[in-house]
Design a protein around this ligand. Structure first.
Ligand SMILES: [Fe+2]
Ligand SMILES: [Fe+2]
Length: 474
């Protein structure tokens, strides 16, 4: 697969041979750059950042590391190459050739899927635009910007599909991607979770751990899509996404490790006195971010999900991985779904498997999150700390899905709404919690130094030492 690095849009889609598409993207590019200047990381556009840039799709050597000013980052278009013609891996069209063009009957749905996914990418950059000003280290500052530029590239990936396959509608949607703004009253981002600013680094790590991880599962479901350009685009996005999840998971782990260390230092285990983040605050952040991220999966019992699966638009996590699912048609199977009964309790109901596809994806996500929780708890155990963190029940604090507006404790026990409200500050971050966390957020820009509330990472980026100058300020 040939890569043209010297084009103004690096790509492996042979953009040079499609003048119309090339022209459309070149026209979109300056608007994108305007958006980046206006809404990208504030105060760092002239600095040199040690960043990774995607330069190919080879598993071994796809990334190049060097200093770059963010506005000069080479945002490119890369699709995972195909050795053979693809066939559809699931649903009613199982085994038929995958689509290289958008079938007319699914045009609206596919466009909506791509626009919704694409919209989250610039949204997260907007949510995080002030965070650099309170980075706990140069290592973290650099990682934040790495995530930001790659979310920018993911927008490019979706915009390429809109321009390339959806004609005039697609061009308009691509423009709108740069018009909506996170938190803007008149033109907000599409999904609610992407409309509130991320104002402290514990929130950022939780976002990258839980919300970006929802993104991973959405992308993985689209990576199975019968619309092959979408499948190939999202497969390559997942390669970059792995790093974002690493930033989140290890970020929370480093906060937990530092907290445990400080708990051991103070005879009363009082972490606040030593300038750390108490474990109960970390737990409340986990409760909030995990429950909000579950909402992004859509209803657990969903006719839309059934249609998407039947028609081949969206599969399950690793749908075509051998041995994971016995049956890729999923007719005649059922799923046992917990849902509220009419007496304030919980009942289990069998629903057709296809209707439960969002729940199935949520289950894959949950076990991934549980794996990370175990890791954080190991860090606590290793430090000699007897306390443990946990993942809240899917019934807790939901604004979407079957448990929407259901009142339950984090462990899933149903309670009355009044009791829930009175206990709220014990299981969700209070204003006082947020203010306390924010009070710890002061920038540390000296190479190798860490803010007091977070442990150093296990190693540096790309084999570089921890005290490497990851950001060179202009
Ligand atoms: Fe992304
Ligand atoms: Fe991401």
């Amino acid at each position: 697969m040939s890569i043209s690095q010297f084009d103004s849009i690096p790509n492996n889609v042979d953009l040079n041979s499609d003048r119309k598409l090339q022209k459309a993207l070149l026209r979109w590019q300056p608007n994108y750059l305007d958006w980046w200047h206006e809404m990208g990381p504030e105060g760092f556009q002239a600095d040199n950042i040690y960043l990774r840039t995607a330069i190919s799709v080879d598993a071994g050597g796809w990334a190049h590391y060097d200093y770059v000013k963010m506005p000069e980052y080479r945002w490119g278009i890369f699709l995972t190459p195909r050795a053979t013609e693809q066939t559809i891996g699931f649903g009613d069209e199982l085994g038929k050739p995958a689509w290289n063009e958008v079938p007319g009957e699914f045009r609206k749905e596919l466009r909506r899927i791509i626009v919704t996914q694409g919209d989250t990418e610039p949204a997260s950059v907007e949510q995080q635009r002030l965070l650099g000003q309170t980075a706990p280290s140069l290592y973290d500052l650099r990682n934040l910007f790495q995530v930001n530029v790659e979310e920018g590239r993911h927008l490019w990936a979706m915009v390429h599909l809109l321009h390339g396959y959806f004609g005039r509608d697609g061009r308009e949607e691509a423009e709108d991607m740069l018009v909506r703004r996170s938190g803007n009253e008149d033109s907000p981002r599409i999904l609610e979770a992407f409309n509130k600013p991320i104002e402290d680094w514990l929130s950022f790590f939780c976002f990258a751990m839980f919300t970006d991880r929802d993104g991973k599962y959405q992308l993985a479901a689209l990576a199975e899509s019968a619309f092959d350009p979408l499948a190939r685009a999202t497969q390559f996005m997942l390669t970059e996404e792995a790093f974002h999840l690493f930033v989140g998971e290890t970020g929370v782990d480093r906060v937990v490790r530092r907290t445990a260390e400080l708990m051991m230092q103070d005879p009363n285990g009082d972490v606040r006195k030593l300038g750390g983040i108490p474990l109960d605050i970390i737990q409340r952040y986990i409760n909030e971010w995990y429950s909000a991220s579950l909402d992004l999966f859509g209803g657990e019992d969903s006719s839309n999900a059934a249609t998407y699966f039947a028609t081949g638009l969206k599969g399950r996590y690793k749908e075509t991985t051998k041995g994971r699912y016995a049956d890729h048609v999923a007719l005649g199977e059922s799923y046992s779904l917990d849902r509220p009964d009419d007496k304030g309790g919980v009942m289990t109901e069998d629903i057709p498997m296809r209707r439960a596809m969002n729940a199935v994806l949520q289950d894959s996500y949950r076990s991934d999150c549980e794996r990370a929780l175990n890791r954080w708890n190991k860090s606590l155990a290793k430090a000699g700390c007897p306390e443990r963190l946990s993942l809240p029940s899917p019934r807790f604090n939901r604004l979407q899905g079957v448990f929407m507006d259901f009142a339950a404790l984090p462990d899933g026990t149903p309670i009355t709404r009044e009791e829930w409200e009175s206990k709220r500050a014990t299981f969700l971050p209070s204003e006082a919690d947020r203010d306390y966390v924010k009070s710890l957020m002061t920038k540390v820009y000296e190479p190798g130094k860490m803010a007091n509330w977070i442990a150093a990472p296990a190693k540096g980026v790309n084999g570089r030492p921890q005290d490497f100058e990851y950001v060179r300020f202009a």
